[in-house]
Structure formats: C-alpha cells, structure tokens
Write a new protein. Sequence first.
Length: 190
Amino acid sequence: AAQNEQSPIVEKDIEYKNWTYKNVLTGQEASLRDLVKGKKLAIVVYYAPWCPNWRHDAPLLQPLYEKYKGAGLEIIAVGEYDPVDSMKNNLDFMKITFPAYYESTDRSEKEKTTHYGYRRSTGDNRNWGSPYYVFLDPASIEKKGDVLLKHTNVINGEMIMDEGEKFIRQKLGLKPLDPKAAVAGKEKVE
C-alpha cells in the first residue's frame, strides 16, 4: 500500500544536468541526452525498489508508456538506494518494460545523489523522495553542455494519474481525452 504522497505537476526552477548511467538490466552505459533524442516528451522517474509509493506508481506508469510510446513518449526510470539485483527483481516483478538506469546502490548514499539535490531544490522534503519525476521537452533542452535545462515540470511524489495523462497528451500534441470514451475504456491515441 502506498503512503498516498500524490503530488501535482508543478513548474520549478531546476538546473537539470545530463547524466550517463548504467542500464539496470544490461549494464550498458547511456547518456540522458541520447536517450531522449527523437522524442516529444521524456519523463525521468527516480525510484527506490523497496518504496511502497514506487510500487503504487510503477504498474500505473507501464500502461501510459505502452499507450503513448508510439506518439513520442519516453519514460526512463532511475534506480536509487538499493543493489542492482534488487532493482532487476523489482522491474521484473512490476513488469516494467521502459528503460531503467541507476545512480546509486546503497541507502547510505542518499544525501550524495543528484536525485537528493534536485528534489530538495524543488521543495520535495520527503525522506527518500521515491518516486520523483522530472519532465523533459527534448526539443527545448540545451544542445551542448552539462545543463539540459533550467526550468521544467516536476512531481514531488506520486503522480496523480488523470492529471499526468492529460499533461502527457497535451505535450505530445494529442487531443484531450473524451470523458465518455475514457470511462468506457475506448480512448484513442490521436
């Protein structure tokens, strides 16, 4: 059961930097700048595998990823504060297919991570900060240098899924959902 730390999508000043992390499943390194090329919207979601809030959001994010990846959405998970094997097991258990990388592997590293610094700078005062979302418009990120952007949308907690899907559709240039079709489960990606 999640701790109900739902939080709205808010605009914040954040000096969000490019990173190069290892993939949880393959160990291959990739830079964020490369991962978002050709996308219309990228969501970086920081998580701890043992966190009940992440365990609440993960199975809700997966259908959003499946539904909108063909329209230009990328979701990138960044694991924190647990061994890589635990991250692998969590992704498998949660049936997550979007790409997952990791920044830290030990709980004692919490205050040394960029994740910790970012969320504190945007007003997230939770102890562990899982999940924590950063939204990137790849067309607007800086083409060179370490800093990708200085202002963007974040979520300091669990995503409010209706709000999140509405935001995603808007950023992807899709029509708003028809409430009747959404209730009937017949909404389209167009």
